[in-house]
Design a binder for this molecule. Structure first.
Ligand code: GAL
Length: 136
C-alpha cells in the first residue's frame, strides 16, 4: 500500500479480499479539533466493519451496513487523543476482527458478514492525517 502524508479519504483495494491472518497497520496523527474518524472494511454491497472513533460523543462505535445499519457495538473509551500520533492494527482472526491501538487491545468485533474474501476495500475517512498504511 502506501506511506508518508496520506490525505484522507484513503481507499485501497485488498487483492483477493480478506482471510484469517490478514492485518492492516495504520500510523497517523489525530487532527487538533477532531469530530470523528472512520475506518471501514467494505465489500460490494456494504460495510463489513466500521470502526468509528467519535470525539464528539467520547465513544467508539462499531457496526455493519448491509442496506441498513445493524446494532452498534460501542466502546466507552476512545483510545485516541486529539493532536496526538496513533498506531492502529486491525487483525482478521478466525471469528472476529481484533483492533489494537498503540499496542493495546481495543476492540473485538465478531464477524457478521461472513464472506471474508468478498471484503476487498479498506477505507479511512475523517479527522486524521496518515503517515503509513500497510496490509500484511
Ligand atoms: C450513524 C451514522 C453513520 C454510522 C452509523 C454507525 O448514526 O450516521 O455514519 O456511523 O451511525 O452505526
Amino acid at each position: 500500500m502506501a506511506s508518508e502524508n496520506i490525505k484522507l479519504p484513503y481507499k485501497s483495494i485488498i487483492d483477493g479480499g480478506l482471510q484469517p491472518g490478514k492485518s492492516f497497520f495504520i500510523r497517523g496523527v489525530v487532527n487538533p479539533n477532531p469530530y470523528r474518524i472512520q475506518f471501514s472494511l467494505r465489500h460490494r454491497f456494504g460495510i463489513a466493519f466500521l470502526y468509528n472513533p467519535r470525539f464528539d460523543q467520547n465513544k467508539v462505535v462499531c457496526n455493519t451496513w448491509d442496506g441498513q445499519w445493524g446494532k452498534e457495538e460501542n466502546s466507552t473509551s476512545v483510545p485516541f487523543v486529539k493532536g496526538q500520533p496513533f498506531e492502529i492494527t486491525i487483525y482478521c482472526a478466525s471469528n472476529n476482527f481484533d483492533v489494537s491501538v498503540d499496542g493495546k487491545h481495543a476492540f473485538t468485533y465478531a464477524y457478521r458478514f461472513q464472506k471474508l474474501n468478498e471484503i476487498d476495500v479498506f477505507e479511512v475517512l475523517g479527522d486524521a492525517q496518515l503517515t503509513c498504511v500497510q496490509a500484511a
